[in-house]
Design a protein. Structure first.
Lengths: 71, 367
């Protein structure tokens, strides 16, 4: 079952470290958000494979917005 | 002969040269270390030019920089305009989503009051003590606002101390935070806050102005402008005014404020033993405020199941958003998936209000 990765806080997507199909382990870095001029890393909540990525670099996201899914 | 009398170099004193070094040091810190460069760069340059002899820049009624000081600071124009811009930048959402965090912003003013009493015990007048104590709020414009009215001769020293400690938040706060919290406390993940509606954000600046000004009328110049700036932002109908308050106006008044504060730091007013003491007391004020915020959060945890990470209490000093960033980083050090930034912003913005209220109380009692 796919697990959604949600934005832990509002911010701008600075970079995405993974691509669709990548296998990730829990706590691997997925992407970096910028909030209050500070970089905040979003980590994988569980082991899985990146199913889809909705977050685009440069995009402004709100808290709890979906960023990607892990299968 | 008259030509030689007008040569500045012959009127130079050793104290002036020492002040040049201080001015250059501030400019160095601003440029190379990027410590509060928007303020420390013009302050540093202001120190330099104010200590060049025979310029007349600070002669009352005549000098160019004196006019900036008189009409900008003594007339209480510039600090409230800075607050207009700060209000236009501030999102009260994190505070409104967890109103209990406002207590942390109030509690973190403990250092202000403790240092007020300590400075008085060391022989400073009540007015001077209040001005030194307010450094603990780590809020530059409020410090300048209060100093101009209660102890203008300390304005330069207190303003530089406040801005220095704001810049040094990431260095000063972490050891205190580590000392007063356990690893497991730093790992506390706070419960997601509720969503705040646009209507709540719109009503807040109006309601807060009424309540705070009714309680502490002397805080009105800063609070009223702060909340008007915030009303611009949240109304969403005056984007041009919001943008001007946030950027162009803020930048203009920052230039005048910086050079003016610097120019108050002449050798006669700054090179005195008590100025070093002011820096020490200011550091004590700031450290005690940090500790008070942390300890109050721990105290609140004794009475609630919905635990507060004590680190966000340290953000109750008003250095926005540096103190919130420090709380976030410290939380992430203990648990990399702990995102405290927005929780810390609540006490952080309420700390701004807390410092202004403290200044208003001092003004009412001592002004």
């Amino acid at each position: 079952m796919a697990e959604e990765v949600l934005a832990p806080l509002a911010g701008k997507v600075l970079s995405v470290a993974v691509a669709v199909g990548d296998a990730v382990e829990e706590d691997d870095e997925l992407l970096v958000l910028e909030a209050m001029k500070m970089e905040t890393v979003v980590y994988a909540p569980a082991d899985g494979t990146v199913g889809s990525i909705t977050a685009q670099v440069g995009q402004q996201v709100e808290e709890d917005d979906p960023l990607m899914t892990l299968d | 002969m008259a030509f030689f009398e007008q040569l500045g170099i012959l009127a130079l004193t050793p104290g002036m040269v020492v002040m040049w070094l201080i001015g250059v040091t501030l400019m160095y810190l601003a440029i190379t270390k990027e410590y509060e460069p928007l303020l420390l760069l013009p302050i540093g340059f202001g120190v330099l030019v104010a200590n060049l002899p025979l310029t007349g820049l600070m002669i009352p009624g005549e000098g160019l920089v004196w006019r900036f000081y008189h009409y900008g600071v003594e007339w209480e124009v510039i600090p409230p305009l800075i607050f207009l811009g700060l209000g236009a930048h501030t999102d009260f959402g994190p505070l409104l989503s967890q109103p209990r965090l406002i207590f942390l912003g109030a509690g973190a003013q403990g250092g202000v009051y403790a240092t007020f009493f300590a400075a008085h015990a060391f022989g400073f007048t009540l007015q001077e003590s209040a001005t030194i104590g307010i450094i603990g709020g780590a809020d530059g414009p409020t410090t300048i606002f209060l100093a101009a009215q209660l102890a203008p001769h300390l304005l330069g020293a207190c303003a530089v101390a406040a801005y220095s400690y704001m810049a040094l938040v990431p260095i000063i706060q972490p050891p205190i935070m580590r000392l007063l919290t356990t690893e497991s406390e730093r790992k506390i993940r706070m419960k997601k806050a509720r969503k705040v509606t646009a209507r709540e954000k719109l009503l807040f600046p109006v309601a807060a102005t009424i309540v705070i000004v009714l309680l502490v009328p002397a805080s009105a110049p800063l609070i009223a402008m702060f909340m008007m700036g915030n009303l611009f932002r949240e109304s969403k109908v005056v984007e041009r005014l919001t943008d001007t308050a946030q950027n162009a106006l803020m930048n203009i008044v920052t230039i005048f404020l910086g050079v003016t504060v610097g120019a108050t730091m002449t050798a006669e007013t700054f090179l005195r033993g008590d100025v070093i003491f002011i820096f020490v007391l200011g550091l004590v004020a700031f450290s005690v405020s940090t500790a008070c915020g942390l300890l109050l959060a721990k105290l609140m945890n004794l009475f609630t199941n919905d635990k507060i990470n004590p680190l966000v209490g340290a953000a109750g000093v008003s250095a926005v958003p540096m103190a919130a960033r420090v709380a976030h980083k410290m939380g992430a050090e203990a648990d990399k998936k702990n995102y405290l930034l927005m929780f810390a912003m609540g006490p952080n913005v309420s700390g701004v209000i807390g410092t202004v209220v403290a200044a208003g109380i001092f003004l009412r009692m001592l002004g």
